[in-house]
Design a protein around this ligand. Sequence first.
Ligand code: ZN
Length: 197
Amino acid sequence: MFLKQKKRYVVRTCGDPVLGEKARPVMAVTPEIRALAERMTEAVQVYNGIGLAAPQVGESLRLVVFDLPEKALSPNPTPGELLLLPRMPFVAVNPEIILSSDELSCQEEGCLSVPEIFAPVVRPARVVFRASTLDGEVIQCETGGLLARCIQHELDHLDGKLFIDRLDDEEAQKIEAELKQLKRYGAHHNYQRVKVK
Ligand code: ZN
């Protein structure tokens, strides 16, 4: 009898310096990049997330995996939602935001690197998103809804920013104690959370 070997999935938590760095562009989709994308895709599913950026697994590279449910479609779906939601999990290489709407939206966010802390974040409601796939296909589309929010959250990771850096004073104060506790815990655990599957 063969037992399937278990894998360890590590996600870096708030306080780890890699989460504060500006990530490097992916210069070429090498076998290593494909392996990293595969590992990240597995990780986002193991952690039940909707998105994961490479710095969150300790790699300072401009690579993101999105894994939103298809039902995340907004009532008046944008072309980007119609294009990308059926293609989940979607790996974005060197993703960029080309344009952001003046219209804003405020919604609660969480992050696999900031476990169990949630807070409302104000962001543009829609963005024009551009990225390459692992196979070199260039995607450019206007997105809204949860996808637009998730794109902005994940791209922030590539510039060393977390959602907790975008809170207004009142919301920042509400999570201050929990955040301090999380950082203290992280300092004793190499800023790593681990799941084995
Ligand atoms: Zn995050």
